[in-house]
Ligand binder design. Sequence first.
Ligand SMILES: O=C(O)[C@H](O)[C@@H](O)[C@H](O)[C@H](O)COP(=O)(O)O
Length: 260
Amino acid sequence: MNTPQLVVHRDKELMAQAAAARLITRIVDAQAARGSASVVLTGGRNGNALLTALGASPARDAIDWGRLDLWWGDERFLPEGDPERNVTQARAALLDSVPVDPARVRPMPPSDGVHGSDADAAAAAYAAELAAAAGPEDHGPVPTFDVLMLGVGPDTHVASLFPELPAVRETDRMVVGVHGAPKPPPTRISLTLPAIRAAREVWLLAAGEDKAKAAAIALSGAGEIQAPAAGAYGRSRTLWLLDAAAASELPRDLYPPSLA
Ligand SMILES: O=C(O)[C@H](O)[C@@H](O)[C@H](O)[C@H](O)COP(=O)(O)O
């Protein structure tokens, strides 16, 4: 497990802009190196603000949109097109205004699709889609994502992995149905920690005063069952992108960086 790196920006607006610039560069580098890039999107205000900022960036078309694979870290299990679905919000924030290849945009199933209201079956289908996209060079039955982004909840949840609930304890399956989530809607689909950890880089987005305690808990050695964000790390990099408000309760040995 690599030590989390922290980058703290003045405020949430600047954090979204800077994170968007960072993501553009990371995608461009991956495409230059391997001909394509693979990114896992997150729902939530911070995640959507990043997508909106990316869409407004003058550098956005440095990305070859046709060679970008997009997946989701979690989804609210609602009907297709529901405004509360993460994919609906991502489309409005960015995807509807850039020429992505629809075959490479992989939303999690809706609650009115072929799996009906069975979130567990829908989760299993998404796991099968991930496994089918994985290659021999990948680490397990998921593709090696270049960047996997996660918003951080005030209770330290990431994706739809909530403290103490069964999903955060999952060690075998890559995708699970979530029932009784404390953040509405109660039924969701989520990548599990093993799937998250298959990513090259995991970026955790935490902006706003309401994330200060969560960031401090997750970065101070809490266990992943009690603080799921503490268990979210990448194979080669774990990056916390915060604003000053969310960093305001971090232990002094973590932030601000000691003066050289
Ligand atoms: O489906 C969701 O709700 C998100 O995936 C969830 O994990 C979100 O990222 C966090 O709750 C942070 O959300 P905010 O950025 O809105 O605080």
